[in-house]
Ligand binder design. Structure first.
Ligand code: NAP
Ligand code: SF4
Length: 668
């Protein structure tokens, strides 16, 4: 595929972009301190070198009340603006263009000075905002414009005004959060006044053609969200006020509809973007759950948008565009929409990175330095850890042999990708497999080397992974007892009534796998989450369609804590909701007594119970497989490395495995 549309230039006011790929705004945590500007510059420069058309920074507040958290990124002084020249200069040196996003968090501010259109507290922050006075609203609109002007002084090629995802501007727009009775609230027209003033004043300060992007909320996906007519009226007002481009946003952060995680179908929101494009004359940018150049090209070729915004896909692969242009799209490290190292980190107040690319946001500290020595490296085990180690070592120029006992690479990832909504994990295996081919890694499938076989190698990396734990339980060898690996691999198809023992990430995934209807389509997904036609349902939210019961699943754990609390911050709530919607019965504080022909015998709250089930699926964690490592240590204590689940099985996840594999390769 040649991606003719995606790779064609576009002129936006004073700015001509080399292609239509916008790296959407994503807060990384590097924006918040002047100390991190060098790291931020390296991060964006790498993406500019990878030929991204326009990079948009994380959000910068126009004033203190607009902070995302205490002392978060702000652009309100000349001194701050001058510091940004390191960032803008780094992008320009690579032939790229960069826009600064101005974002006022409003009631999403995680601090006691937060302010909003009203004093209604958000369900996702503990702080009640102060309702801005009439004068303060006016001042805030001016502060936005001043930030925009400062961004231009700092060398930015454009700005983006954040008007979606439920932040302050969105809070003014929706009746849900704006019950004001002054000139900034009440009718739809008055609720729109704030964003229109922000854009008007910004345009006044920066003059004629400086590109102003406005991120408009197409579907609020909350009760009391904007109607479609209001969205279109706002878009027209924004055009008149002087916006150059309308970027699109979907869903407030407090919405109980997932909008970007893996289970959201690719391109789920493109029809809303197409609808906006048909109604306006300025260029429109599509966003959310677009992660391949094929899909981006398809959206542009269909005339549904003029640009495509991808944030996480460019965290995952800074060379996404360059690879697409060079006919190497099959080498793109695709974002799997897991949120585990990007948004989950940011919401835990940690710096963002990427599960599939641990170098993201660590460009200055995690370096895969080229080496001229042709030292030989054996990597044993081709799960995520081993694959990352093999590919990273080969990228450095080392001669790598990768041994894998089974006939396919992938390890636990191969099981994960069978879970409904986790199909994207297959992309990571495609990426690693292709990179081993391109880099000339000698991959030996169906091969389990002994310590003796490995003697000739200069370095040996042991990534032999994990084996499912078999708990000590009376009747564990009963024919009804199976392991999660048997179920996910398809070796066993459980009956209609199933007990799942262990409610960690895999127990939750297996429960979802067992209770999902394999015939579900993307349209069913929308209906289950209550996403409707925005012209008929304000905010695009309608009543949810109930899920059919495919199996009677009971998910059990010994702990007394709520099931699934250890799952990722930005995705766990959606996984838990799917279990509830699917009628999965959840039991905590369970003691397992035995399994026999009658089923699984347990004690809950001191009461013995029998779960009459056809199958008991064990999801009781894993144990490290490290016999080879122990053997190797005895004969070669130096030059032997242990990574991934073989190192620590507890709480193993792919993020740690891939990072550990990459770090070990960087240090060889
Ligand atoms: P896990 O998170 O360690 O959970 C295993 C569960 O089994 C424990 O929560 C434990 O709960 C139970 N268990 C442990 N020993 C047991 C025993 N002897 N008898 C009965 N129950 C026992 O492991 P996992 O679910 O296999 O997941 C492995 C890794 O993959 C985890 O790090 C997980 O985070 C990751 N993962 C993440 C996701 C995700 O969505 N982010 C999805 C899948 C996997 P009790 O002791 O309370 O019974
Ligand atoms: Fe994508 Fe996951 Fe990486 Fe985030 S951590 S950029 S969601 S692959």
């Amino acid at each position: 595929m040649t991606y003719d549309q995606l790779l064609s230039p576009i002129t936006l006011g004073t700015l001509t972009l080399r292609n239509r790929v916008v790296m959407g705004s994503m807060h990384t945590g590097l924006e918040d301190s002047a100390r991190d500007l060098t790291a931020l510059a390296a991060y964006v420069a790498e993406r500019a070198r990878g030929e991204v058309g326009l990079i948009v920074t994380g959000g910068y507040a126009p004033n203190r009340r607009g902070w995302l958290k205490p002392f978060a990124a702000e652009l309100s002084t000349r001194l701050q603006a001058m510091r940004h020249r390191e960032v803008t200069g780094a992008v320009h040196d690579e032939g790229g263009a960069i826009a600064l996003q101005v974002l006022h968090a409003g009631r999403y501010g995680y601090h006691p000075f937060s302010a909003s259109a009203s004093s209604r507290k958000s369900p996702i922050t503990p702080f009640r905002p102060r309702a801005l006075s009439t004068k303060a609203v006016d001042r805030t609109a001016t502060d936005f414009a001043q930030s925009v002007a400062l961004a231009r002084k700092a060398g930015y090629d454009a700005v983006e005004i954040m008007g979606s995802e439920g932040y302050l501007i969105n809070q003014f727009l929706a009746a849900r959060t704006n019950d004001r009775t002054d000139a900034w609230g009440g009718s739809a027209e008055k609720r729109m006044r704030f964003p229109l003033e922000v854009v008007r004043r910004s345009r006044e300060l920066v003059g004629g053609d400086f590109p102003i992007v406005y991120r408009i909320s197409l579907l609020d996906l909350v009760e009391g969200g904007q109607t479609w007519d209001e969205v279109v009226e706002l878009a027209h007002g924004l055009e008149d006020a002087g916006v150059t481009v309308l970027n699109t946003g979907i869903g407030w952060h407090e919405a109980r509809v997932p909008t970007i995680i893996t289970q959201v179908p690719r391109g789920a929101w493109r029809s809303a973007t197409a609808r906006l494009k048909a109604a306006v004359s300025v260029p429109v940018c599509a966003s959310n759950r677009i992660n391949t150049p094929e899909l981006a090209e398809e959206i542009l070729a269909a005339g549904e948008a003029d640009l495509v915004s991808m944030a996480r896909p460019l965290l995952a692969d800074p060379d996404f565009v360059a690879k697409a242009r060079a006919g190497r799209a099959d080498e793109i490290n695709t974002c799997i929409a897991c949120n585990q190292a990007c948004l989950d980190h940011v919401f835990q107040n940690r710096k963002a990175s990427c599960l599939v690319n641990p170098r993201a946001c660590r460009e200055t500290t995690l370096v895969l330095a080229p080496t001229r020595t042709r030292r030989t490296v054996a990597v044993v085990g081709a799960g995520p850890a081993g694959l990352a180690a093999a590919v990273s070592a080969a990228e450095r120029g080392l001669a790598v042999t990768l041994f894998e006992r089974s006939t396919e690479v992938g390890g636990q990832f191969r099981l994960a990708m069978r879970v409904p909504g986790k199909e994207e994990f297959a992309e990571t295996l495609r990426y690693f497999t292709r990179r081993t081919e391109v880099l000339g890694v000698d991959v030996r499938l169906g091969s389990a080397p002994t310590a003796g076989d490995l003697a000739p190698y200069d370095e040996v990396v042991v990534a032999t992974g994990v084996a499912p734990r078999t708990p000590v339980l009376d009747g564990v060898d009963h024919p009804s007892v199976v392991s999660y690996a048997d179920v996910l691999s398809g070796a066993v198809v459980p009956g209609r009534r199933v007990a799942v023992v262990g409610a960690g990430g895999i127990g939750v995934d297996v429960s979802h796998f067992l209770s999902a209807d394999p015939a579900d389509t993307d349209a069913d997904w929308m209906a289950y989450w209550g996403v409707g036609d925005p012209t008929l349902h304000p905010g695009g939210l309608m009543e949810r369609k109930p899920r059919a019961t495919v199996r009677e699943v009971t998910l059990l754990q010994r702990k007394t804590t709520p099931i699934g609390i250890g799952l990722g911050k930005t995705s766990g709530w959606a996984h838990r909701a799917v279990l509830r919607q699917s009628g999965v019965v959840q039991l905590s504080g369970v003691t397992y007594d035995r399994v026999d022909d009658a089923g699984l015998h347990v004690t809950v709250d001191g009461e013995p119970r029998v779960l009459e089930v056809d199958h008991v699926v064990l999801c009781a964690g894993q144990e490290s497989v490290r016999d080879l490592y122990d053997e190797l240590l005895a004969v070669r204590p130096h030059g032997t490395h242990l990574i991934g689940g073989a190192d620590v099985a507890a709480e193993l996840d792919a993020k740690r495995a891939i990072e550990q594999g990459t770090r070990v390769a960087a240090g060889l």
